[in-house]
Design a protein around this ligand. Sequence first.
Ligand code: ADP
Ligand code: MG
Length: 309
Amino acid sequence: MNEFDLIQSYFNWEITDPSIELGVGDDAALFTLNPGHQLVTSTDTLVEGIHFFKDASPRDIAYKSLAVNLSDIAAMGATAKCYTLSLTIPELDKGWLKDFSSSLKESSKLFNVHLIGGDTTKGPLNISITMMGSIEINNPIKRSGAKDGDDIYVSGELGSAALCLKKIKKGEIPLESDLNALNRPIPHLELGSALKNLASSCIDVSDGLEQDLSHILKSSGVGAIIDTQELPLSDSVMHYVKDTNDWSLPLCGGDDYELCFTAGKSKRDKISAISESLGSRVTRIGEINSQKKLEVVGYTGPRTSYQHF
Ligand code: ADP
Ligand code: MG
């Protein structure tokens, strides 16, 4: 099997979206956006040994590669449409490719996105996806819109993926729910879309709440106060924090893929209604102020937000 057979066998499935004129197989793909819409695009790369363990299941790797990219599109309030896949693999392992591609296909169906092209090379395992989506012109939720007095919210629960990773590294067996948080994060596409015209800023929490909220603060030229007692935690993270008084997992642990967003106080009822109608937990964790720094009430211990360099 050569490179072209590989692409044909594992990465060329039917595209059902009529606005995608050309997918895998030509020099480039072609698709059309609805009138009045902007292209929203984002790339995320997963590297063996950094983003997943050497023996990670190809099914989980495929799912997560897609989910982390969708999370960025969700944080803009946009709708995801299609993506390209840049795949670097150490060898042509048919079993691995079959599992990876079937999981990618299933996950694409689940999130209604289409694989339209990519690149395939040989080397250390590396999966890079560029996701493309759309949003009405002038409607994206940027990091730069937070205002003095806005509420700060976060979706879901924080720290479960980081707790799972910590347990695995210590040779302990993590809870299944924490393992799911690490391997199967759920991109909050519906919540992101519902927050258009409502949230003043938004970011997806991939490198730790503190660091990611700080990006909003810097872009918006504001500060904030958040309270550790308000942070939404799973039972297992709550137990861990009670036992250790270590808030670094929910504050700085990576891989949450929750949305952190801000909105004016007048939007509280609307945000509660959205949370209820989507069945998505949304928690108010603090407030934007004009201090130009992030104050965290209830924790002064070490900070470990993820940085590559
Ligand atoms: P070129 O040499 O013109 O860049 P390639 O041989 O890299 O073409 O790719 C041939 C076709 O297969 C292109 O349409 C490309 O987008 C697609 N493709 C290559 N690798 C992948 C992949 N891993 N997943 C999906 N499509 C791919
Ligand atoms: Mg190429």
